[in-house]
Design a protein around this ligand. Structure first.
Ligand code: PBE
Length: 309
């Protein structure tokens, strides 16, 4: 009896030991797991970025909209949009990605960054950036009567995101703007023929297009300029600030532009100058603006950003 009991107790003891060791193991695993979890939850991108959104030119609609998000989203209280230029933004984005650092930029499509990098738009549940945009062509009043061939070409100019993105990517990879646009025009003679259909060549008629040095507009304006040049026009392309571009067309200092982002991005400019410019309609569908981050950032929405402390 006595012996048997001891045997049982011994077995029990061994069993208990096994259980304790197993439990310890589990505990360790659980602890490591939760430690990792809380670490990634604790990442404060806002603090790492100094609560700054990397903007572009102060006159851009996307910068105004980004400033609007700071007003609309409580969690962005204390944040700021730092303006610079589209080029400086692209450099900052490239450097952050090289170092796997967090960055938020004022972004738009079409844009080569979506082909070159793994980046994503942050969701905008309050809709501050609006929905899909179109890019429209605007010309000065009187152009139709005074320069009908140019008017018709500008009116017929219309292409797709894939077209403009291929040129933008070339340029971002270091190809000269003129070389990239000339090559595209040569390789896409069918499309170009649709734009020039029903027009006669001219001999040195002057035409001036205004634009802003955004990557999209550098590509589109240079392509249209090249097409007009090939038709015999004496083409001037004039880089301006956004509002000044609209003003130049509305006052007739420039003949036109292919850079009106509607209905949201340039709503302010449309309100001011819309009555004194001629809208020739959409030249590109499916454009978009928003806040863009590298895909490795563990956030999906503007609402995931943390306020300043
Ligand atoms: N963009 C490119 C411009 C329109 C074209 C999005 C930078 C803007 O924000 O006004």
């Amino acid at each position: 009896m006595f012996n048997l009991q001891w045997k049982h107790l011994g077995l029990l003891f061994v069993l208990m030991l096994v259980l304790v060791v197993a439990a310890c193991g589990n505990e360790e695993e659980a602890e490591t797991g939760s430690a990792e979890g809380s670490e990634s939850e604790d990442v404060n991108y806002g603090e790492e970025m100094g609560y700054k959104i990397t903007g572009i030119e102060p006159g851009a609609g996307v910068v105004a909209a980004a400033e609007g998000t700071i007003e609309e989203y409580e969690n962005l209280e204390g944040w700021e949009v730092v303006t610079s230029s589209s080029g400086a933004m692209a450099t900052a984005l490239g450097e952050a990605i090289d170092n796997e650092e967090p960055i938020i930029v004022t972004g738009w499509s079409p844009h080569w960054k979506f082909q070159k990098y793994d980046v994503k738009y942050l969701e905008d549940p309050k809709g501050v950036f609006g929905d899909a945009e179109t890019i429209n062509t605007m010309v000065r009043e009187g152009l139709e009567e005074e320069n009908p061939e140019a008017y018709k070409i500008l009116d017929q100019f219309q292409w797709e995101s894939a077209d403009i993105e291929s040129i933008m990517l070339e340029i971002s990879n270091g190809t000269d703007v003129e070389e990239a646009t000339t090559a595209w025009v040569e390789e896409n003679s069918d499309k170009v023929a649709e734009w020039t259909a029903g027009t006669e060549k001219v001999d040195g008629v002057e035409i001036e297009l205004a634009y802003v040095e955004w990557d999209t507009e550098v590509a589109s304006t240079n392509v249209v300029g090249k097409v007009l040049e090939d038709q015999g026009f004496d083409v001037t392309l004039t880089p301006l600030d956004n509002a000044v571009m609209w003003q130049a067309v509305s006052e007739g200092q420039a003949d036109g532009m292919v850079a009106a982002w509607l209905p949201g991005t340039h709503a302010t400019q449309l309100e001011t100058y819309g009555d004194s410019v001629v809208d020739l309609g959409v030249n590109l569908e499916g454009a978009k603006i928003g806040l863009v981050v590298p895909a490795y950032m563990d956030i999906d929405s503007i609402e995931d950003l943390t306020p300043t402390e």
